[in-house]
Design a protein around this ligand. Structure first.
Ligand SMILES: [Zn+2]
Length: 223
């Protein structure tokens, strides 16, 4: 059965003389691997299209009993060349992509993740990279089955909860204080993002960096 789908290129590895193994995150197929025959030949129609983070329309034949398909055509929808000029952002995205490839099963649709990856790249282009980055990270954590406790309040009922405990993913107030100090806005910011109300808030680069590091630390306790 001939299938077409929208996909983001998340990894490419040379294969044999002139071919590639491609990893993508696609809208209907989730994480998938493809063989792209002859992709590295000088006159290949795939030249310049299968670059990291590009958004493409892919065409392949879906068969039973295989999960490594042959890609026979790809059209460029959008390239994300502009990202290359921001190395810090590219590193953060690279980290999240690697985390995705290692923790999300291949060949299973993950629509929420695809959608938030779409927002991530669009957000970065529209200079809303901070929120987009954190939103994707939160969605990924959720897809990994490691959701944070984002009530926005401490378990004692106190509304301000500037401490985060990476062992259990909960926020605590000054009095109950467990874990590390992250600032009283983090719980609120992450909850607002998780509720898809990110438009209502601003998150600075400095806050983003803190939250990003804290979330990384959280993952260390759970893998
Ligand atoms: Zn408390």
């Amino acid at each position: 059965m001939l299938v077409s789908d929208k996909a983001f290129i998340i990894k490419k590895t040379p294969f044999k003389e002139t071919s590639l193994i491609l990893n993508v995150l696609s809208r209907n197929g989730g994480l998938q691997s493809f063989v792209v025959k002859g992709a590295l030949r000088p006159k290949s129609p795939f030249l310049g299209i299968l670059e990291f983070l590009n958004e493409v329309e892919i065409y392949y034949n879906k068969k039973e009993n295989t999960t490594l398909y042959t890609l026979f055509k790809a059209d460029l929808i959008r390239d994300h060349f502009s990202l290359a000029s921001s190395s810090g952002l590219l590193m953060d995205i690279g980290f999240l992509v690697q985390l995705t490839r290692r923790n999300i099963p291949f060949n299973e649709p993950v629509p929420a993740l695809y959608q938030s990856f779409y927002y991530l790249l669009r957000g970065v282009e529209e200079k809303k990279g901070n929120k987009a980055l954190l939103y994707y990270f939160l969605t990924l954590i959720q897809e990994m089955g490691l959701s944070l406790h984002l009530s926005g309040a401490c378990s004692c009922g106190a509304k301000k909860s500037p401490y985060f405990n990476p062992e259990n993913g909960s926020f605590y107030c000054e009095k109950c204080q467990k874990g590390r100090f992250v600032g009283e806005k983090m719980a609120f910011h992450l909850k607002t993002l998780a509720d898809k109300k990110g438009k209502e808030i601003e998150i600075t680069s400095r806050e983003t960096k803190t939250y990003f590091d804290v979330l990384k630390e959280y993952l260390k306790f759970h893998k």
